[in-house]
Design a protein around this ligand. Structure first.
Ligand code: ATP
Ligand code: MG
Length: 287
């Protein structure tokens, strides 16, 4: 049977565009996206990229125009498209939050009762209100939500917030978190069956790339008589490698460690006599 090509939809321009291409690169898939074309074949993989507005991606994947798509979970769940979320991709993280006038207070969802809330995510907001048993008016806008309170069309807003600078500029402040989102790889349900082998190969590569991002390669030298103490500190994924050195009072230790733990253990390693501590990024871990 000949190999089938996968159609993968990603955002053409915007916050997820470059990161989606980077993620593919880490999976060994090279794509040249400098053209104005809608569909671009990968150079070294049986895959075609569809470059789209992010809003259209869930529906295109649902309908099978694309087999796979990279899209923010906020957009996916807002659109309510029927696709399978195969992986969360660890980038494009953001929060959908309630913003309120800076001189007001809001401690819990009940405080929204009877308010008018402007948002471009009406479905996610309605679900949040229903889940919390709150009746409020949802004012659906397609953009520039943050100016709604000063125009008098809303009492509060529900919008994607990162730094909060846009809120501050509009005399608003962050309040409750409605939804936490990151980019996800979604799949068409039929394609998952019809192109199982091709999709599985890509998912394996994604898993390796995600694992390598979560890990670092640690190298250090340690006084031989303190190596047990140092081994206790190192949260290695597998058993660390201990190597002898020309100076027999010292040994070298190599280990793969979770990225997030390095800063926590660095001082303890130094206190236990470790020197020449080197931390390296990992290109790939075959999982
Ligand atoms: P398009 O032209 O494709 O419709 P857009 O303007 O709707 O683009 P972007 O602003 O590029 O979309 O955001 C794409 C996605 O990036 C969002 O849906 C969200 O999942 C994610 N994201 C991450 N951080 C932020 C942020 N600070 N603000 C808005 N979206 C963010
Ligand atoms: Mg959009």
């Amino acid at each position: 049977m000949s190999e089938q090509r996968i159609k993968l939809a990603i955002q053409k321009k915007g916050r997820l565009a470059e990161k989606s291409i980077d993620a593919l690169k880490r999976c060994g898939v090279e794509v040249d996206t400098y053209s104005a074309r809608l569909m671009v074949p990968a150079k070294n993989y049986p895959l075609d990229l569809l470059l789209l507005r992010d809003d259209d991606i869930p529906e295109y994947v649902q309908d099978g125009v694309a087999d796979l798509g990279v899209v923010g979970e906020n957009v996916l769940y807002e659109k309510g498209a029927d696709c399978e979320v195969t992986r969360r991709l660890g980038f494009g993280g953001c929060r959908l939050m309630i913003g309120i006038p800076e001189n007001e207070d809001l401690e819990e969802p009940a405080g929204l009762r009877g308010k008018r809330i402007a948002t471009s995510h009406p479905n996610l907001l309605k679900k949040y209100l229903t889940d919390n048993g709150v009746e409020a008016r949802v004012v659906s806008l397609s953009g520039s939500v943050e100016i709604a309170p000063s125009l008098g069309v809303a009492d509060a807003i529900c919008d994607i917030v990162s730094t909060g600078n846009t809120l501050t500029f509009n005399k608003l402040k962050k309040s409750l978190v409605v939804f936490e989102s990151e980019a996800a790889l979604v799949a068409n349900r039929e394609s998952l069956k019809a192109k199982r082998a091709e999709i599985d190969e890509l998912l394996d590569r994604i898993d390796s790339a995600l694992a390598s991002k979560r890990s670092k390669y640690l190298m250090l030298n340690a006084p031989k008589d303190r190596i047990d103490e140092i081994l206790e500190i190192v949260p290695a994924l597998d058993s660390p490698t201990v190597l002898s050195l020309a100076d027999d009072k010292f040994v070298a230790l190599h280990a793969v460690i979770p990225t997030k733990t390095f800063w926590e253990i660095r001082r303890r390693l130094q206190e236990a006599g470790a020197t020449g501590i080197i931390i390296l990024p990992i290109d790939n871990i075959i999982v």
